[in-house]
Structure formats: structure tokens, C-alpha cells
Design a binder for this molecule. Structure first.
Ligand code: 0A1
Ligand code: ZN
Length: 887
């Protein structure tokens, strides 16, 4: 067993830097095998620093020369310990010259400077800049950068960095140069360079202030037919930030560059965003509606970082959610506004909450649970989590819920007024919100400091005689690693009360004036338990609780089936309308799962499915509801969601129960489903707009249900759609329906699909993912796919499309009783770690909740984890995850 663990970094140990950097001049002589970097930093003592010792960080970067104020530093003048270089007794004003040498083509970690398909790219967040040169690589050190790039002109005709291009020219000997100057101070994690054979689509815009800007989307040659949507998304993002937050683009030039090898989604480097191709390239032939929506969201997200992250950045990495939670909130609002309609907004909200519940709630209940503002980490890359991003966004959303939209905007304005150009903390953000809103938000701080998902239990009491209705809210939060007990949170609980007619009742709290009472209101739960009394309530109402999912909590209330069916049919809050359906379905599915566990035959009647199918009938027939909303209602809770509801997870039984329910729904709703397929065709030119996408979504969900029937009619339906599809959404849905059946054409379709899209890596990713997630694919089949010539472990998208998709998206096969899935997982985690620690550490997360599973599975999972733990030379990234999982 491995015992050498890297030390944890503690938030409580934060100290300001001893030296500040005013200017950074970087010179790159780019060569894939050996790149030389010359850095010149002008530094001065920080009045808030603790000593006159300069601290620089470096990671696997060769130090060729080091000079201070013009003189070489002797080996005795500085101390090197691991990744830190200390220069004690430095003068107050210092110019450091540092020369380093790197091998970009050997860099498979995709951090720092690396090569992808022959072009150079960088990734510096969080701590990648130290792989390029020794530097005070911490976000609270902000400086002005000038960057000189030199490279072979034929191989690297395009040379890009942050800011403005001030000069370019030839150097003779086949080489050329470009000089870039960034007018804004920035931390090193926002530095970027790109060099290679690239082409761009560009557009010029004028902003309300009259300022003009050049927008560019750079891609490899041959992909210029796939950039329009990213460009449109960028223009829409710019317009939206002006309108909603009064924030303009502050640059003359804003560039997006697509790269095929990338660890994450995209990166907000100042003026030079670098994107995973997955979030840039789209045309109807290769991209689905979901891809189009994701591109819009990610382009928005990175653009919005220009203010929330770049103009105002983080003091230290514990504050990561300051920029990420806020920016996710902004991109979610942007996407919702782009849809426009109320039910469209609700669908976006449902989508976001699904991600939260499916990924963040489990994280918050497992060994990697951490607060939105963590107290410690071993490897910061492991903290780009759903808690920091998605829960962080919910925390920001709660400010808006508490302060109102205008109050929130005032808070944002004050935040920028106070902190533009600074590196700040989550507390600074909260203070701006509190001060602008004139509210005390001290208790709200617990959302940042306490991990775990709070549970809110609701009890109600109707007094017919008095005409009062009491809602009692009680909160608790389970223990998480390092935090045994929790103090009460400040929780906004949005509620409504429905009369028997289905109409919303006016909500008058005891002691209030009845005039102009609202029908939805926010109850602020701040104590362990509180009762809110409503007056003037004659008949017994049905409560609609946590409308629009107003807080990231688990809400428990003992609804009857009839009440849920009633809410599903009547609630004016579309989120809760959907939620009621999910609660009903979950109940039925858990009952069925128990039947499978007890080896009882699953029966429709004992599972009490009639109430649920009856309301589904009604909802599906209701043409006044958005197609995308109906699609959501028709979609059963995922196997992962169901697992979360169980004390002991048994994946096979969940799968069997859910499949039973799918088949049953397909049989019961057959006529409606066929009709939905017919009525929701989208002939003509493809458009990714919300209505058309919604129609395709509804139609394809219906088709997938029908494929469960596995008869000649449904085979023919899927085959016809496959043959006639004019866009990737319809094509991949039909392919998936075919794979889900015994249709004679299924193998042929799969092969034809491959041949047709052989040259489109993003589509081949879909081809691998589709097979990896099919319940027909077992470990042996995945191993066979790994031998396919198109498979590669080195490309993160490809590794994710096959290995991650199987381990995370095919529970019934991954959790095979013989443990073969877990052994496969251990092998792949180990293999990936030698290539790319960020990727291996992500895959490692798949087993972090092993203690939740049935004993027979648990012990095999533990064996697999221990096998990884016993492997020599694990990365810091991976050992942190494995150690915490086994702790
Ligand atoms: N700040 C980026 C996410 C990101 C983080 C680390 C990376 O390193 C591999 C890359 C990207 C965002 O939120 O979009
Ligand atoms: Zn971000």
C-alpha cells in the first residue's frame, strides 16, 4: 500500500506574496522537441509581504539560467526544493531574468505548453504556467505581459497570444516572429499562446460605447464550415452581458481557438480563449441539438469570465467558486434568456438541476465532499468539481432569489466598483451583495464553509375553523469528511399553495395585510426549525414547495400519489410540475427495484402504476405545453438518480426495474408515442432553435421508448429515420434506437455510420460512446473497441468517449457481478495516469462511493481501489482521489 502522500495546502495558511510583479516579458523560440523560453520580470517588494524572500514555482521545467539585476545568481544565492525556488534577502526592486527549456512534444499532460496535431497550445490554469517558466504562479500576483513568439514560418504561420498584436515580421532563416502586448494586468493562469497552421472566421462589432472589436474563431483548415454557431454564440454573449449586466468587451480583439486535445471544456485566457473542439465545431451534419446548446453555453461561459474571473480574479485557489460559481450562474441565465419563453426557461432550469442532483449531490455525500470554498487540497486540479461549479452557481442564484433581480444587479455593480483589477475572495462578493441589498448575509456564509446537501423536512397543518395553514420547515445536514456537525443554513424556500381548482391561492402570512398578496413567496429558513402561518385558507390546499428549485437542498414532504398527480397536472410553477412527475416515477421505480431484489415478479398493479400513467397520458396530449417540457416529463429518472435514493445500491436490480417500466410505458402509451413521432417532424432546413430542438427531442424520446417494443414496426420506424435523417440529432437517435433492438439493420447502420464519419473525430467520439453505453456492451466488447485503430488513450475526448462512457454510463455492465468492470477500471486508471494525471484522477472518481454498494460489489471495488493504491509512482492527482476514497 502506498504511504507517501503529498502534503495538503491549507486555506488558513494564506499569506500575501512577498514580491509583486509589474511587468513580464516572455520570449519563446518555439520548437516541438526543444523550446526555449526567456522571461524577464520586474518585481518589487510587497508592502503587505512577510519577508524579503522571493518565491518562484516550477514544475518539471529545466532552469537554464537565472540572473538578478543583471548578474547571474550563484547556486548558493537561492534554494531549490522540489517545485519551489527561494531567493532570500532580495533587494526591494528586482529584475529577474530566467531561461528555461521545455519539450512540448513530450508533454502528454496537456498542461503548460504542448503540441496537438502539430500545433502549439498552452493551458495554464490552475498551475500550468510553472511548467513554462519559474514564476510566482499564484492568482494574486497580477502583471502586464509582453510576449515575443518566434517559430518556423511554414510550419507555424499563425502566432497568437493575449492582447494586441503590435508587430510581426520575418527573421530570415525561414523563421518569423510576432509581438503581442496585453494592456490588462493578469494572473499567470490567464496567459496563453497558440502557434500553428490555423484559419479563422472573423467579424467586427461595435459596442454601445462606440468601441469596435475584432472577433475571431480559429480552427484547423477544413473546419471553417463549422464555426458559424460559435461566432453567433459569441456575438450573442457580448450583447447579453451588455444588456443584463452593463458589461462591455474591454478588448480590441477577442479570439477563440479550437484544439482537439484538451483536458476540460474550454479556458478563458484573456482575449485568447482556448476551446476543446467539442465546444466550437458544429454544423447540422456533425452536431446534435445538445451540442449546439452546449457550444452556446460554453462560449458564453468563457466570454463571461472576461469580467467574472479576469477583470476581478481569485485571491487564491480556495476562492475558485468566486469565479466559477458566478460564471456558471451567468451562463445558465444567458442560455435561459436565449430560449426566451417561460417554459423554455423552466426546461433549462430542470436540465441544470438534473446535473446538480445526478453529479453534485453524490459528490456532497461521498469521500470527496468539500465546501464551495474548500479548506484544503492536495492537487488543485481535483477541485474543478461540480460542487465548485454547479453548487457554486446555486449559491449565487440564492442571492438573486433573496435580493431580487434588481438587488442582485446592484450587488454586481458594487462588486465591480469595489474590486475591478483585484484578486479577491468569496467573502468580498458576499459583502458586495449584502451592502448593495442593505441586508445582513452573515449566516449565508455557511453555504461557503459547510459541505453536504441540507435536508429540509416539511410538515403542514390546516386548521379549517381558523382558516390557517402552517408550513413547518426543519433543516439538517449530514456529516461530511472533517465536518461532523453543521449549523443551520440560510435557505430561501419558494412556495405556493394550490386550491382544489388547481389555482394558486394568495399567500398572506399571519399579521400581514391581505391586499395584493403574491401567489408565490420566498420563506427564509434560518433556524433548525421554523413555522410559517398563512391565513385566509378555507379549503385544504396542496403545497407547491421549493418552486423553481430555490435552494440546493433535498426536500422531503409526505405527498400522497394523488397530490403529486394533482401538482403534475396543475402547478403554475413548471419546475414543480415536472418535479411531481419525477417523484411519482421514482416511487414506482423504487418499488419495482425492491420487487426485483426480493425476486418477486414485477407486476404493474402491485407497483401501482395507474396514477402515473394516467397523468402522463394527459401531459403528452397537452399541445399547449412546450415539446421540450413534455420530453422532460416523459424522461424517467436515470439509474444514477435512483441509486441516490437507495441506502444500498444494487445497479442490476435498478436497471431491470427501469427497463420493465420503460417497456410498460411503451406498451401503454404506444398510440400517443407513435403520434408524437408523426407530429413532431421538423422538415426543411435544420435550425437549432429551442422549438425545433424541442420537437426533435420529444420525437426521439418517443422513438426510443418504442424501440423497447422491439417489433417490426418500430424497427422500420428507426431504420427509416436513420436512412432519411438530414441532421446528426435525428441520425444518432435513430442509430441508438436501432442498437437498442434486434433490428436486422443494426450492425450495418453502425458500420455505415463509421465509414461516413471517419474523418470527423467528434462524430467518431459519439460512435464510441453510443456503443460504450449500450446495455449490450460488456467489458470484453469495450476491450475489443480499444483495439480499434481509431481509439487512442492520449486524446482525452476519445478516452472519455469509450472508457468513461462505459464506466459511468453503463451501470448494468460496469457493475457486473464478477467484478470484471472494476478490474478493467483499475487497469485503465493506471494506464491513463502515466499519460495524463488529470484524466486518470477524473476516472478514479467513478468508484469513490464504493461504500454505498451491496457488500459483494463493495469488496471487489475495494480490491480495485487498493490495486491502484499499490501502484508505484502515482501522480499527486490520482493518489489524492484514491487515498480519500479509501480513507
Ligand atoms: N476555467 C475553465 C476551466 C479549466 C480549468 C482547468 C483547465 O486545465 C486543464 C482547463 C479549463 C472554465 O471554467 O471554463
Ligand atoms: Zn469557468
Amino acid at each position: 500500500m502506498r504511504t507517501d502522500t503529498s502534503p495538503a495546502i491549507l486555506r488558513s495558511n494564506y499569506a500575501p506574496p512577498n514580491y509583486l510583479v509589474d511587468t513580464v516579458e516572455l520570449g519563446f523560440d518555439l520548437d516541438p522537441a526543444l523550446t526555449r523560453v526567456a522571461a524577464r520580470l520586474t518585481m518589487r517588494r510587497n508592502p503587505d509581504g512577510r519577508s524579503n524572500e522571493i518565491v518562484l514555482y516550477g514544475d518539471a521545467v529545466e532552469l537554464v539560467a537565472l540572473r538578478m539585476n543583471g548578474k547571474p545568481l550563484t547556486r548558493r544565492a537561492y534554494r531549490l526544493n522540489g517545485g519551489e525556488l527561494h531567493i532570500p534577502n532580495a533587494p526591494d526592486e528586482v529584475t529577474l531574468e530566467i531561461e528555461t527549456a521545455l519539450q512540448p512534444d513530450a508533454n502528454t499532460s496537456l498542461m503548460g505548453l504542448y503540441v496537438s496535431n502539430g500545433n502549439f497550445f498552452t493551458q495554464c490554469e490552475a498551475e500550468g504556467f510553472r511548467k513554462i517558466t519559474w514564476f510566482p504562479d499564484r492568482p494574486d500576483v497580477m502583471a502586464r505581459y509582453t510576449v515575443m513568439l518566434r517559430a518556423d514560418k511554414r510550419a507555424y504561420p499563425v502566432l497568437l497570444s493575449n492582447g494586441n498584436l503590435v508587430e510581426e515580421g520575418d527573421l530570415g532563416d525561414g523563421r518569423h516572429y510576432a509581438l503581442w502586448e496585453d494592456p490588462f494586468m493578469k494572473p499567470s493562469y490567464l496567459f496563453a499562446l497558440v502557434a500553428g497552421k490555423l484559419v479563422c472566421q472573423e467579424e467586427r462589432i461595435t459596442q454601445p460605447s462606440g468601441r469596435e472589436a475584432l472577433l475571431q474563431v480559429w480552427v484547423e483548415e477544413g473546419n471553417l464550415d463549422k464555426t458559424q454557431h460559435a461566432m453567433d454564440s459569441l456575438v450573442n454573449s457580448i450583447r447579453w452581458d451588455e444588456a443584463r449586466f452593463g458589461l462591455e468587451l474591454d478588448l480590441d480583439r477577442f479570439m477563440i481557438v479550437a484544439v482537439g486535445d484538451f483536458n476540460m471544456g474550454a479556458m478563458e485566457n484573456k482575449g485568447l480563449n482556448i476551446f476543446n473542439t467539442k465546444y466550437v465545431l458544429a454544423n447540422p451534419r456533425i452536431a446534435t441539438d445538445a451540442d449546439y446548446a452546449n457550444i452556446e453555453a460554453v462560449v458564453g461561459h468563457e466570454y463571461f469570465h472576461n469580467w467574472t474571473g479576469n477583470r476581478v480574479t481569485c485571491r487564491d485557489w480556495f476562492q475558485l467558486s468566486l469565479k466559477e460559481g458566478l460564471t456558471v450562474f451567468r451562463d445558465q441565465e444567458f442560455s435561459a434568456d436565449m430560449v426566451g419563453t417561460d417554459s423554455g426557461r423552466a426546461v433549462k432550469r430542470i436540465d441544470d438541476v438534473r446535473v446538480l442532483r445526478q453529479a453534485q449531490f453524490p459528490e456532497d455525500a461521498g469521500p470527496m465532499a468539500h465546501p464551495v470554498r474548500p479548506d484544503s487540497y492536495v492537487e488543485i486540479s481535483n477541485f474543478y468539481t461540480v460542487t465548485i461549479y454547479e453548487k457554486g452557481s446555486e449559491v449565487v442564484r440564492m442571492y438573486q432569489t433573496l435580493l431580487g433581480r434588481d438587488g442582485f444587479r446592484k450587488g454586481m455593480d458594487l462588486y465591480f466598483e469595489r474590486h475591478d483589477g483585484q484578486a479577491v475572495t468569496c467573502d468580498d462578493f458576499r459583502a458586495a451583495m449584502a451592502d448593495a441589498g442593505g441586508r445582513n448575509l452573515d449566516q449565508f456564509e455557511r453555504w461557503y464553509s459547510q459541505a453536504g446537501t441540507p435536508r429540509v423536512t416539511v410538515a403542514t397543518r390546516h386548521d379549517i375553523e381558523a382558516g390557517t395553514y402552517d408550513i413547518t420547515l426543519a433543516q439538517s445536514c449530514p456529516p461530511t469528511p472533517g465536518q461532523k456537525t453543521k449549523l443551520p443554513f440560510h435557505i430561501p424556500v419558494k412556495v405556493g399553495l394550490l386550491a382544489a381548482t388547481g389555482a394558486d391561492l394568495p399567500l398572506v402570512l399571519e399579521g400581514e395585510d391581505a391586499a395584493s398578496a403574491p401567489t408565490t413567496r420566498v420563506l427564509e429558513l434560518t433556524e433548525a426549525s421554523q413555522t410559517f402561518r398563512f391565513t385566509g385558507i378555507e379549503g385544504k390546499p396542496v403545497p407547491s414547495l421549493l418552486r423553481d428549485f430555490s435552494a440546493p437542498v433535498i426536500l422531503e414532504y409526505d405527498y400522497s400519489d394523488d397530490e403529486l398527480a394533482f401538482l403534475m397536472a396543475n402547478d403554475s410553477d413548471p419546475f414543480n410540475r415536472w418535479e411531481a412527475g419525477q417523484r411519482l416515477a421514482t416511487r414506482r421505480l423504487l418499488t419495482l427495484t425492491r420487487m426485483v431484489q426480493d425476486q418477486e415478479p414485477m407486476r404493474e398493479t402491485t407497483a401501482n402504476l395507474e396514477t402515473y400513467t394516467a397523468v402522463l397520458h394527459k401531459t403528452l396530449d397537452d399541445a399547449t405545453l412546450d415539446p421540450s417540457f413534455r420530453e422532460m416529463v416523459l424522461t424517467l429518472p436515470s439509474e444514477g438518480m435512483l441509486a441516490e435514493q437507495m441506502d444500498v445500491i444494487t445497479p442490476q436490480e435498478i436497471h431491470t426495474a427501469r427497463q420493465f417500466m420503460r417497456r410498460l410505458l411503451a406498451r401503454t402509451l404506444r398510440n400517443e408515442l407513435v403520434q408524437l413521432v408523426d407530429l413532431n417532424q421538423t422538415p426543411g432546413d435544420y435550425s437549432p432553435d429551442a422549438l425545433s430542438a424541442g420537437k426533435r427531442g420529444l420525437k426521439n424520446v418517443a422513438m426510443l421508448y418504442l424501440s423497447e417494443l422491439d417489433d417490426t414496426d418500430t424497427h422500420a420506424m428507426a431504420q427509416a429515420q436513420y436512412d432519411q435523417a438530414s441532421n446528426m440529432t435525428d441520425r444518432i437517435a435513430a442509430l441508438s434506437a436501432l442498437q437498442n433492438s434486434s433490428a436486422p439493420g443494426r450492425q450495418d447502420a453502425l458500420e455505415r455510420f463509421y465509414t461516413e464519419f471517419e474523418d470527423e473525430p467528434l462524430v467518431i467520439d459519439k460512435w464510441f460512446a453510443l456503443q460504450a453505453t449500450s446495455p449490450a456492451t460488456d467489458v470484453a466488447a469495450v476491450r475489443a473497441l480499444m483495439r480499434h485503430p481509431a481509439f487512442s488513450m492520449k486524446n482525452p475526448n476519445r478516452a472519455r468517449s469509450l472508457i468513461f462512457s462505459f464506466c459511468n454510463g453503463n451501470p448494468s455492465r460496469f457493475h457486473a457481478a464478477d467484478g470484471s468492470g472494476y478490474r478493467f477500471w483499475a487497469e485503465q486508471v493506471i494506464a491513463l495516469d502515466a499519460i495524463n494525471p488529470q484524466v486518470s484522477a477524473r476516472l478514479a472518481r467513478t468508484l469513490d462511493r464504493w461504500r454505498k454498494y451491496a457488500p459483494a460489489l463493495q469488496s471487489q471495488m475495494q480490491d480495485a481501489l487498493q490495486r491502484v493504491a499499490a501502484t508505484p509512482k502515482l501522480s499527486k492527482d490520482l493518489s489524492e482521489v484514491i487515498n480519500k476514497s479509501l480513507a
